[in-house]
Design a binder for this molecule. Sequence first.
Ligand SMILES: [Zn+2]
Length: 264
Amino acid sequence: MAAVNPAKSEAALHGQQAPTLSDSTPAETTAPTVLDDLRVSSTDVLARIPKRQQCVKCKKSVMYFCYYCYGVVGCDRSEIPTVQLPVKLDVVKHVKEKDGKSTAVHAKILAPDDVEIHAYPDNVPDYDCSGRTLLLFPGEDARCLEDIEPGSFDRLVVIDGTWNQAKAMVRYSPVLGRLPKVAIRAQRTYFWRFQNLDDGHLATIEAIYHFYREYHQAYATTPYNGEYDDLLFYFKYFYDMIQKKYRESGKNFTQRYRGDYIRY
Ligand SMILES: [Zn+2]
């Protein structure tokens, strides 16, 4: 993670580190984005949650959901969309990746029946490396979904951490390093946490979303019709909220990114 001048950072926003308002580059503040075209459920319920509330399980004070228990906080679970995934998703999260920075937890909250989160290095499952489980990770040895037989796998593993953490995890973990790799097509990120890398490096939830969208496009008999768009329910809400703050401040949303998230 590159150094961020604390004086330039906004106060933490519900656990996510907000972008600075100081950098000024060409505006994209009001331009419509692909996020506007998604079939994401109404986020009005989130806008009605006024402040942090106590998680009923762990008693921590949290906003919208609990990063530790993966439960919805501040509204009823039935008011939040539920996504069904066609193959199970395992998130392997670096133990040093701060909970409040992780967007992978969105997947667990929105698709609770299909997502598990495991801590690296102590709790990585002993995956079968025969091909039934794929690792979403870029590289020359990664295949795209069009080249993978439908029905040949039933689990996807996604790494949640910085790009440097992720590379080390794949290199040094005996299990992760042996999993066959799948890659998604290049996409631009809308992540608001700055990275030193270009905007092809996605937030984890964006990578997860694009994988399932490509999965549908590769294997389903019907055109994609927003089936997995609600995976970006929280992401879009936070993105829109931060855009709104920029507009209200009169400053431009910056194109510069700080950090080192994974290039999927
Ligand atoms: Zn909790």
